[in-house]
Design a protein around this ligand. Sequence first.
Ligand SMILES: C[S@@+](CC[C@H](N)C(=O)[O-])C[C@H]1O[C@@H](n2cnc3c(N)ncnc32)[C@H](O)[C@@H]1O
Length: 201
Amino acid sequence: MGNKAQQAAAELDWRGAVPVSRRFGDPYFSLEGGLAETRHVFLDGNGLPERFRDGFHIVELGFGSGLNLVAALRLWRSSGQAGRLRYTGFEAFPMTAEQMARALATFPELAVDAAPILAARRAGTWWIETPGLAAEIVPGDARVTLPAWKGRADAWFLDGFAPARNPELWGADILSEVFAVVRAPGYGRKRHMTRGRLERA
Ligand SMILES: C[S@@+](CC[C@H](N)C(=O)[O-])C[C@H]1O[C@@H](n2cnc3c(N)ncnc32)[C@H](O)[C@@H]1O
């Protein structure tokens, strides 16, 4: 199922190779090392690749440039995991394909994995199928679209800018859709990150 995003566009400034949101006044990923941040916060933070299994479903609040998705796909492929990774990303202000390509060009080691994701975006679809991956981007404000979403996550990537810059995406209502959260050491200049675990009865 493809869907066309009719959303307010991302408005960007560039600090070197890093996109910075004019709307939120915050960079999309660490100025000190976006890929290292992704690995520390989202991949290690979720116990990946150890927890991967066929059909493992990552859900992200704030798809942005797609860096976290592409890094997760790289890890999935390099870990030799069989089957397919599933990914659902929520995004209110989508980047254009060219903005995504410019942001991801910083990480040449991800180029092969990024290519089908950029191709889908260029084709105007948010449904991406490529070997090892079935991904969907849900356009719109996650405060509206997440409560209506019927899926179930094995891992959450909460990446909606710093809470001080975008408190809407860190409110009790939206986090109650996710799980109980704890604070853990962050990456680079960020003292903390939020880590959560769904405790099943
Ligand atoms: C830090 S960036 C995400 C970076 C991204 N994960 C990546 O790998 O490039 C935060 C993202 O959250 C999105 N966002 C902000 N508020 C939102 C909302 N209410 N609903 C959905 N997305 C939102 C922004 O448009 C932006 O793309």
